[in-house]
Design a protein around this ligand. Structure first.
Ligand code: PEP
Length: 251
């Protein structure tokens, strides 16, 4: 973890959570103070809970985000939600280009880029996800895939406040498998190079999260890798105790 960059632990609740889940979020708000500022915390619940969580988090130490948005600010797009709508509810960030959206909805790099631009238009931070499949890793294409996804998904004008990059190997998401720390270090170093080439000094400060089966037992090791500036956490972010323990693992 770079000394200068404050880590971010972001929770992606995916399609999980009902009104009754507010208790778990309440516990996160209650426990966040004890982390003595080790990391910024963000929870991205399903869209149905963003308003409730943002209301609970007002003045709290946990920010609230969304998991996807439409590129347009409004219009005839049945069932879609605009970045401006999430901003209106109190969200501060939006995950875009998660591998589950790329796979389930056929999202291209170009669409992910438009969604990141939509987040910026609404004044929100875009958390742009990239990562290789198992087959791509096994055929030695990991860095090429990351390079292509970064080139296609990141808009011009990224800064350390409007962009977070999440490296999430697809094969590590929800499987309990993680890359070796050496593999994580290699990819994060590569991403850092791409960011500094393209965004100059801002690129040196943009947070690069690792995501894929992060849990309390492996968080400290993964968060200690160079150029790992926090984590995007799926399953383990659903329980306050686990989410807070992961944040406590930040150096
Ligand atoms: C994710 O979906 O972004 C993720 C990292 O999931 P998990 O932590 O469950 O692997």
């Amino acid at each position: 973890m770079s000394d200068a960059i404050r880590p971010l632990i972001a929770g992606n609740w995916k399609m999980n959570g009902l009104k009754s889940s507010t208790g778990e979020f309440e516990a996160m708000l209650g426990g966040a103070g004890a982390l003595s500022g080790k990391a910024d915390l963000l929870v991205c619940p399903p869209a149905t809970l963003v308003a409730a969580f943002a209301g609970m988090a007002r003045d709290g130490m946990v920010a609230v985000g969304a998991q996807d948005c439409h590129p347009k600010p409004s219009g005839a797009h049945t069932g879609d939600l605009a970045a401006e709508m999430f901003r209106d509810l109190g969200a501060t960030a939006i995950i875009v280009g998660h591998s589950e959206r790329r796979a389930d909805h056929g999202e291209s790099d170009a669409l992910v880029r438009q969604k990141a631009e939509a987040a910026w238009r609404a004044g929100l931070t875009a958390i742009v996800c990239i990562g290789e499949t198992r087959q791509q890793r096994d055929s030695g294409k990991t860095l090429d895939i990351c390079k292509t996804q970064l080139a296609g998904s990141l808009p011009d004008g990224a800064t350390s406040t409007n962009l977070v990059v999440a490296y999430e190997p697809v094969w590590a998401i929800g499987t309990g498998l993680t890359p070796t720390t050496g593999d994580v270090e290699e990819v994060h170093r590569f991403i850092r190079g791409v960011l500094t080439d393209r965004f100059k000094e801002e690129g040196d400060r943009i947070r690069i999260l690792y995501g894929g089966s992060v849990k309390p037992s492996n968080a400290a090791e993964l968060m200690g890798v160079a150029n790992v500036n926090g984590a995007l956490v799926g399953g383990a972010s659903l329980k306050a105790a686990d989410f807070l323990a992961i944040a406590a693992g930040c150096p």
